[in-house]
Design a binder for this molecule. Sequence first.
Ligand SMILES: [Zn+2]
Length: 147
Amino acid sequence: MDVKGLFALGRLYPWPRPNRCRLCGSRRIWGHGYVPRYFEGFIYPLWIRRLRCPDCGAVYTLRPDAFVRGFRYSLATIVLSLAETITGKSFLPGPSRQARQYWLKSLKFQASRRGNVLKPDVNTLYALLSRDVIPFTRSVNCAILRL
Ligand SMILES: [Zn+2]
């Protein structure tokens, strides 16, 4: 999914539509409008498509695949920033100090919870990512969504 194309086309962007509801498996998925969301690199919010399952009432907010739910920075930016923080190298411009601290604390939480690792390193970070765990959130039910 192209974020720049999304910015250029706005609500006209041709969003991919999942075949089935992820909760109940229903094939009926209806449009449910658009919501503004902020993403890295854009000062204005982008219009993001929402879908709704009429059978179970689940609402899905689609998003560019490089971005994880709840984060305005891309997955690559967050992982790179975390790797730099762990190794003590200079920080990337962009993400705030508070955001980086939140990601690091969340990584420590997930590493402790999932692997009993008290001081996570870069290998711990990539091991969590390979298990589809989002290491920079403290949510225990969160997984990387791949459409
Ligand atoms: Zn459903």
